[in-house]
Write a protein that binds this ligand. Structure first.
Ligand SMILES: NC(=O)c1ccc[n+]([C@@H]2O[C@H](COP(=O)([O-])OP(=O)(O)OC[C@H]3O[C@@H](n4cnc5c(N)ncnc54)[C@H](OP(=O)(O)O)[C@@H]3O)[C@@H](O)[C@H]2O)c1
Length: 281
């Protein structure tokens, strides 16, 4: 059988671009999408080497169903690209009581990532790629309190946290699974034109940022590099080479909090407690 890649949020932007590239490289591509119509359309576009499976990252029941569907169709997964995400959304909570940005970008993706290990841990050179963002660098200290409190919610700041947490958890997971065949790696696209920005404020700074956005082909390249390079660089972030924004993929240091082992352990325990997976590893 072909090698199999699973992508979350695969119907649009960077996820969709990645799906097309993996398919062209001979992978079978599983498209995890929350919207049935968009998922079916993506599957139709990508062709017979793809399969849409419904997946809503804010709903653990949906993630469980997605995973069960995967296990009944595939014995092994070679690449898991954790891509689904939202940005700058009005405050809302999931049915588990989590703030939506963190639930989608971090808690849901972590919950699924940890389950995926069973389908990947014995697959030689298998790889988990976690998307992150340059936004992670804006965070100066960790926060665990009142993340579900609407009165202090700031869409940008919560998005920044979600990206720092994605990065830190991935580094820690990679460290904890050295006995598995799977590596965990982080990539960010720079600032890439996509639907992600549709709710952003049309402020002056936003208009300036808009001028610097790259095409999705630049943004997706670090993801492809991180998932396929034979010379994987550990605890680095794959991103466009010139000022995190232009050119071919290169690697960077993450936010310095991501190298603080004590902070990572605290985040690890906090997260597993939050998603109810305390004894997973
Ligand atoms: N574009 C950038 O400049 C940039 C920079 C840094 C990081 N990123 C990250 O890159 C990732 C992809 O973003 P993009 O720029 O390609 O934006 P996009 O075109 O909006 O793609 C986001 C994808 O995630 C899906 N998604 C959102 N919430 C979901 C949920 N609850 N369950 C399942 N899927 C969900 C979306 O589905 P729908 O179509 O149904 O909404 C869509 O397929 C995001 O995680 C984002 O944070 C992007």
């Amino acid at each position: 059988m072909d090698k199999v890649v699973v992508i979350t949020g695969a119907n649009s932007g960077i996820g969709y671009a990645a799906a097309k590239i993996y398919e062209s490289k001979g992978y079978f591509v599983v498209l995890g999408c929350r919207n049935q119509e968009k998922g079916i359309a993506a599957e139709k576009e990508i062709g017979k080497n793809s399969k849409f499976i419904k997946l809503d990252m804010t709903d653990y029941e949906s993630i469980d169903n997605f995973y069960n569907n995967l296990t009944s169709n595939f014995k092994n997964i070679d690449i898991f690209y954790s891509n689904a995400g939202i940005m700058y959304v009005p405050f809302s909570k999931t049915k588990e009581g989590l703030e939506s940005t963190l639930a989608t970008n971090y808690f849901g993706s972590t919950y699924l990532t940890l389950m995926m290990l069973d389908l990947m841990k014995n697959v030689v050179s298998s790889r988990i790629v976690q998307i992150s963002s340059i936004a992670m660098y804006f965070i100066k200290e960790m926060r665990y309190e009142r993340l579900e409190d609407e009165s202090i919610y700031s869409p940008w700041t919560w998005y920044n946290y979600s990206n720092l947490y994605r990065t830190m958890f991935s580094f820690e997971l990679d460290k904890k699974i050295t006995n598995f065949e799977t590596d965990v790696v982080v990539a960010h696209p720079g600032v890439t034109r996509s639907r992600l920005y549709r709710r952003s404020n049309p402020s002056l700074s936003y208009k300036i940022i808009d001028k610097f956005k790259t095409n999705v082909s630049t943004g997706v390249a670090p993801v492809i590099e991180a998932s396929t390079t034979a010379e994987l660089k550990k605890e680095r972030v794959y991103a466009p080479k010139i000022i995190h924004q232009y050119g071919k993929p290169s690697t960077y240091k993450a936010n310095k909090l991501a190298y603080n082992l004590q902070e990572r352990e605290t985040l690890w325990n906090y997260t597993l407690d939050k998603i109810g997976m305390k004894d997973i590893l």
